[in-house]
Design a protein around this ligand. Structure first.
Ligand code: PEP
Length: 251
């Protein structure tokens, strides 16, 4: 089980410092549930320091696919690794929809993450229009197939997938446990189709989209849901730590 918080573009420096302090204080170290926070780039160094020895891992929200050079404003995978990041979110729907990130770019970013020794959290998910026109699975299939194109099994085994229906992100309207479970089972089948061995069985598939303490239990107890990627509720240490406790109680 992995519970990861995506702070997105929120919190000023002092607020970020208080939030990570409260999370570190509120999350007891335990083997059953892995916990990670993904702050904005500018706070990574501070957050990594605050999380040292706490059992809370740190991830970045994005990366660029080149290792160094004339790419003004971008952040390379080795930079993230050198700061102490364990995870990096790749292909979040906000990157796809607001910044034009295509599956081809996502594929390059995944490869760059593996090369640097980072664990990517690959986000996939359909829009409301795609769901309403019965194309949700087709969209998931495309995002997974093109995202993983040419990537070997060993790397896929080292990937976390997050199913994040776009219509559920930041809207307060989570997918139902049954809708999420259906999509997760489909994603696992797709991973099974193009990997060998038991990789798909152990692939962590997180649910993301308006997860909060009130709906976490229902979602996390589904067979194919292996954790959560949390946006809004991760900005409150109380809510985030409560979700971690719910996950732990399920184990
Ligand atoms: C997210 O953006 O990854 C997310 C799941 O956001 P929220 O929890 O706010 O819906």
């Amino acid at each position: 089980m992995l519970i990861a918080g995506n702070w997105k573009m929120n919190k000023l420096r002092d607020e970020a410092s208080v939030l990570v302090g409260e999370i570190v204080g509120g999350v007891r170290r335990h083997d059953e549930v892995d916990v990670a926070v993904c702050p904005p780039f500018v706070y990574l160094d501070m957050v990594v320091s605050a999380c040292r020895e706490s059992g809370v891992d740190v991830g970045a929200q994005d990366l660029y696919y080149e290792t160094e050079g004339a790419y003004t404003g971008e952040i390379s995978p080795p930079m993230l690794k050198s700061l102490g990041c364990r995870y990096v979110i790749v292909g979040h729907s906000e990157r796809r929809n607001l910044f034009g990130e295509t599956d081809r770019i996502v594929n390059k970013k995944l490869r760059a993450a593996y090369s640097a020794g980072l664990i990517p959290i690959l986000c996939v998910g359909e829009t409301l229009e795609q769901r309403d026109s019965s194309r949700a699975f087709e969209v998931l299939n495309g995002q997974i197939t093109y995202g993983f194109e040419g990537i070997d099994d060993e790397c896929i085994a080292n990937t976390v997938i997050a199913y994040e229906p776009v219509w559920a992100i930041g809207t307060g309207q989570s997918a139902s446990a049954a809708q999420a479970e259906e999509a997760h089972a489909y994603i696992r089948e797709r991973v099974k189709d193009f990997t060998r061995g038991a990789i798909a069985d152990s692939t962590r598939i997180l649910y993301g989209g308006s997860v909060k303490p009130e709906n976490a239990l229902d979602l996390l107890k589904q067979q194919n849901i292996d954790g959560a990627l949390i946006g809004g509720a991760s900005l409150s240490a109380k809510s985030f730590c409560e979700i971690v406790r719910i996950a732990k109680a399920l184990k």
